[in-house]
Design a protein around this ligand. Structure first.
Ligand code: BGC
Length: 495
């Protein structure tokens, strides 16, 4: 504890609340710093599997916290006696928080490093999950979900850049796809938790409290991981700590010899030497093509309607085809499994095909399946369309999961120059959350505007899937197999 803060604490009795708060803040910071110093000085056998798995863990919380509410919200609604609009706000408040979290984290991560901020987001995850599980009413729940959103948004802007900066160029696609794999695993866990806790008021706590509280476990893991993980070598070079960068690179490239590591470091140093100071103005000045590509990819990733399926599938089948609630939940679980399994395929193929080709492939699969789905539901007898609709949605999910799902986040970590990578990722990630918010807000309204015919909203998403093809061809750079430094040089030459 600092001398200044110690003197405040001796006068704690009559200290104003702000000083007491400052004192609590200092104590927490000191404790964390000690814990961090302790774990980093202890020799843990860190290997790259550990580093990439824990590095991507923010994705699991992202998936879990956005997926869990579909099961928990009807229970909260009846427990707190909420209106439909209030329940809607509980769902969307996390998206509002995420947008704010994503926007605020970028410049901080360029200043303080990816690792420290990952720790901060883990603390926010813990706080948000704890508050959600213990919420006593509507206002507290909305506040807690916003805190959770801040954490989700922060993790979504930090993690892709962190993974991309640690990975070797030949495997960067697959390793960065771990983030999306964690997201889909988190969504699946959320569905499982919804099913597992439903109607089980264990130890006298309502089922929905367990559903929301179960996020504490991965949040704690993320905190432990954050303390153990190394700082990004590229960030260290940017801050002048070349020795530290070498140490980290040597740690994560244990299978390569030291001269290779030195070569990689030299390349990073050389490009970093020409880098500017960063900041928003620099982002618009030096990285406009990267910004257009990142924001566009992220908006399309949402406007193809993925979360109408991830968040609202049970409602689609209940409203559109008269499914009983219990069966509709299982449809979600099935789709969650297809999503997760297809993302495993994505991690395997990501470095084997050019990213742009995969994106176009995914767009075609989504456009075709959404078009057939819409035509069938408009011209056919809706009452017999449930099964073909389910199959086409599974096909659509597969198309998304091997392309736009992972590549959106992979590209965002790759295409910004080092000096503005944090802030650039913030903008890309915020665009994703805005797109997500728009789709989530309007989907159910659209569905009812089309008389609960699912063909209506899905036809609109199909149009966006088709439009994404020319966008990829004209605005997205190819990044597979290139070092981040080479991508930076190519992007600035084409500026
Ligand atoms: C998207 C999320 C979506 C998830 C589904 C992610 O890439 O950003 O909004 O819920 O994929 O797998």
């Amino acid at each position: 504890m600092t001398t200044a803060s110690r003197s405040t604490s001796t006068a704690a009795d009559d200290a104003p609340a702000s000083e007491a708060l400052q004192d609590a803040f200092d104590t927490t910071r000191d404790t964390l710093e000690k814990a961090e110093a302790h774990v980093t000085s202890t020799r843990f056998p860190l290997n790259s599997a550990f580093i990439f798995t824990f590095g991507a863990l923010g994705g699991m919380l992202f998936g879990f916290d956005t997926g869990i509410i579909s099961g928990a919200s009807p229970l909260i609604e009846s427990d707190f006696g909420l209106s439909v609009a209030q329940t809607g706000l509980i769902t969307s408040s996390v998206l509002i928080g995420s947008c704010a979290g994503a926007l605020s984290i970028g410049s901080l991560s360029d200043r303080f490093g990816r690792k420290k901020l990952l720790i901060v987001s883990a603390i926010l995850f813990l706080l948000g999950s704890g508050l959600c599980a213990s919420a006593t009413g509507f206002a507290m729940m909305v506040g807690a979900r916003i805190v959770l959103g801040l954490a989700v948004g922060a993790a979504s802007a930090l993690t892709p850049a962190y993974l991309a900066e640690l990975a070797p160029k030949e495997r960067r696609g697959s390793l960065s796809t771990l983030f999306q794999l964690m997201i889909t695993f988190g969504i699946l866990l959320a569905y499982a938790s919804n099913l597992g806790f439903l109607h089980h008021n264990l130890l006298g706590f309502a089922d929905w409290r367990w559903m929301l509280g179960s996020a504490l476990v991965p949040a704690a893991l993320l905190l432990i991981g954050g303390l153990l993980l190394p700082e990004s070598p590229r960030y260290l070079v940017n801050k002048g700590d070349v020795k530290g960068a070498f140490k980290t690179l040597a740690l994560i490239r244990q299978d390569t010899d030291q001269s290779q590591v030195q070569l990689e470091l030299d390349e990073i140093k050389e490009v970093a030497a020409h880098d500017t100071k960063g900041g928003v103005r620099e982002l618009f000045r030096i990285a406009r093509p990267a910004l257009v590509a990142a924001v566009g990819v992220m908006l399309f990733q949402q406007l193809v309607g993925i979360n109408s399926v991830i968040y609202f599938l049970p409602q689609v089948f209940i409203k559109g085809f008269g499914f009983p609630e219990a069966n509709a939940i299982w449809v979600s679980v099935g789709i969650g499994v297809v999503n997760f399994a297809s993302t495993i395929v994505a991690t395997i193929i990501m470095d084997k095909f050019p990213r742009k080709r995969l994106l176009v492939f995914g767009s075609i699969v989504m456009t075709v399946s959404l078009a057939i789905l819409s035509i069938l539901n408009f011209v056919g007898d809706v009452s017999s369309m449930a099964v073909p609709t389910m199959a086409l949605i599974a096909f659509y999910i597969l198309g998304f999961a091997v392309s736009w799902g992972p590549i959106g986040w992979v590209l965002m970590g790759e295409i910004f120059p080092l000096s503005v990578r944090g802030i650039g990722s913030s903008f890309g990630s915020a665009a994703n959350w805005i797109g997500n918010f728009v789709v989530s807000q309007f989907f159910l309204m659209l569905l009812s505007a089309f008389g609960n015919n699912v063909g209506g909203p899905f036809a609109i998403f199909g149009v966006f899937a088709a439009l994404s093809i020319p966008f990829v061809i004209h605005f997205v750079p190819e990044t597979r197999g290139k070092s981040l430094e080479r991508i930076e040089e190519e992007m600035s030459a084409g500026r």
